[in-house]
Design a protein around this ligand. Structure first.
Ligand code: GTP
Ligand code: MG
Length: 197
């Protein structure tokens, strides 16, 4: 897919104030600092479209971007950020649950997982929750440049094996690195195919 345009639209705390649900939408979620905003910038070829930061907790709202005037990308806040109060966390969980379960035009959620680590319970819990809600998702293993190829493939396999314990069907998965511009074509091809359906 060729990215002709990518524009920031709006940031919200409530799903019902998001842009009209008339175009296909793809959301990016995952642990705080896993690389969601960086991945969005790599996919769209716009270095500064989504705000990135070395400090976790940068993205706090539901951020909509419109791509090729034809589909939406949504940058979501990260989960598992230790430095937030219980009350803030509850608010965040409600916002995300409402968005994920009620947004009618949501085609797929990309769940980002740090490829350097063995399966983390927090990520498994989130993915299992999506499954229970019947929200379609794929897995994206990020920061592949930060460890060896062998380690990445072991971690991907281990994560999928964990999912096999509960689910009959395994989700699509991608390995990415924004440093090496890796994984871009596969994700954009998937989005292109979904948009054509
Ligand atoms: P929050 O919005 O805070 O939840 O974070 P996020 O998931 O949006 O992460 P963000 O894109 O801001 O990236 C966090 C840090 O990881 C930044 O310092 C990025 O430069 C770095 N980073 C993201 N992706 C990669 C990658 O593929 N390789 C490397 N080496 N660094 C990456
Ligand atoms: Mg972010």
């Amino acid at each position: 897919m060729i990215i002709k345009s990518a524009e920031y639209l709006i940031s919200n705390v409530e799903y019902d104030k998001c842009p009209p649900a008339t175009l296909p939408e793809y959301a990016f979620i995952g642990r705080s600092n896993v690389g969601k905003s960086s991945l969005i910038n790599m996919l769209t070829n716009h270095e500064k479209l989504a705000k990135t930061s070395g400090t976790p907790g940068k993205t706090q709202l539901i951020n909509h971007f419109i791509i090729n005037k034809d589909w939406y990308i949504v940058d979501l806040p990260g989960y598992g950020f230790a430095k937030v109060s219980q009350a803030q966390r509850k608010k965040w969980e409600k916002m995300i649950e409402d968005y994920l379960r009620k947004r009618e035009n949501l085609v797929n959620v990309f769940v980002l997982i740090d490829s350097r680590h063995t399966p983390q319970q927090l990520d498994l819990d989130f993915v299992n929750q999506l499954g229970e809600w019947r929200v379609p998702f794929s897995l994206v293993f990020t920061k592949a440049d930060k460890s060896t190829q062998l380690n990445v493939s072991r971690n991907v396999k281990a994560f999928l094996n964990k999912l096999k314990e509960t689910w009959e069907f395994l989700p699509a998965n991608y390995v990415t690195s924004t440093e090496k511009k890796m994984g871009r074509d596969k994700i954009l091809t998937f989005i292109d195919e979904m948009n054509m359906q």
